[in-house]
Design a protein around this ligand. Structure first.
Ligand code: F6P
Length: 324
């Protein structure tokens, strides 16, 4: 191969820039040309390319978001869209593609790679940490730190006013952010999509901790949890059952996706970016580059997308014990 292209797609995450930088720099190091594609698969269809050399990615390692911008492309889900995408890649003599994103991105990449002769390597970039075959995804560590910092602040005011706070965190179908930030921020209860605690048990447990002397509480609620249709309903149920306990709701939202990446995410992104180009140079294709037990691994897209990542049940036990 002589020329590669790189794009970011789906929800952005802190450290995506560091990953682009590593791809561009390993391409330069390995004697390959490299293009960046704006706005993910949508920009690929709409022919939005930019040449990227080693110096074009200076001052990006510390920046949140993605300077190549991101999108969730509906057009790439159509045969016509993917045909245009392939034509655009060929007209710029691009031999291989690196895509940085989550499961939606890898699903698109996997379909494309079956239809066209275009080697693709995926780099897991999402705050959700919900990709099978890698211990960590880029942006997850930074998001965790953002959440913990926010909950620390909520704890101050919760404790001053003897209130119970429900804090909603992101993670569409995965409880990783909730579980780990909940332990890190000292939450009383953690509600995650993988486990349905049930509203009665939640109320019972909060009542018990009030009776053992807790005057304020923090409950971390994953956005995908199944206990109630929405967090306001959960708050109402608690307030009407635990009389005299004032319940407040804070939805952290997209603040979790921004900010300068942590050192962990910068190093992870650099390793995965370098690993992606190494993989292409070795003739690999249609795989994700991940990290397991501190080592770079290559995982077929199917394994990354179709198998649900197993939640660490030991963490559930730890969460239970330390909130006693
Ligand atoms: O997948 C990343 C994520 O941040 C999820 O945690 C969240 O549910 C979703 O993206 C939000 O997407 P959008 O930015 O399109 O609202």
């Amino acid at each position: 191969i002589n020329k590669i292209a790189v794009l970011t797609s789906g929800g952005d995450s802190p450290g995506m820039n560091a990953a682009i930088r590593a791809v561009v720099r390993n391409a330069a190091y390995s004697g390959l040309k490299c293009d960046g594609i704006y706005r993910g698969f949508q920009g690929l269809i709409e022919n939005e390319f930019i040449e990227l050399g080693a110096r074009d990615v200076k001052n990006t390692i510390n920046r949140g978001g993605t300077f190549l911008k991101s999108a969730r492309s509906k057009d790439f889900m159509t045969k016509e869209g993917r045909q245009k995408a392939y034509k655009n890649l060929k007209s710029r003599n691009i031999d291989a593609l690196v895509v940085i994103g989550g499961d939606g991105t890898f699903t698109g990449a996997s379909i494309f790679s079956k239809e066209y002769d275009m080697p693709i390597i995926g780099i897991p970039g999402t705050i959700d940490n919900d990709i099978n075959g890698t211990d960590y995804t880029i942006g997850y560590d930074t998001a965790l730190n953002t959440v913990v910092e926010a909950i620390d602040k909520i704890r101050d005011t919760a404790s001053s006013h003897d209130r119970l706070f429900l804090v909603e965190v992101m993670g569409r179908d995965a409880g990783d952010i909730a579980l780990n930030s909940g332990i890190g921020a000292g939450a009383e209860e953690i509600l995650i999509p993988e486990e349905n605690l049930g509203i009665d048990r939640l109320i019972e447990s909060l009542d018990k901790s009030r009776k053992t002397g807790k005057t304020s509480s923090i409950v971390v609620v994953s956005e995908g949890d199944q206990i109630g249709k929405n967090i306001a309903e959960v708050a109402e149920s608690i307030e009407s059952s635990l009389l005299g306990y004032e319940v407040k709701v804070t939805v952290l939202g997209h603040i979790q996706r921004g900010g300068s990446p942590s050192c962990f995410d910068r190093v992870l992104a650099s390793r995965l970016g370098v690993g992606a180009v190494d993989a292409l140079m070795e003739g690999k294709s249609n795989i994700m580059v991940g990290i397991e037990h501190k080592k770079i691994v290559y995982v077929p897209f199917e394994t990354a997308i179709n198998i649900k990542k197993i939640l660490d049940t030991d963490l559930l036990r730890v969460a239970d014990i330390v909130s006693t």
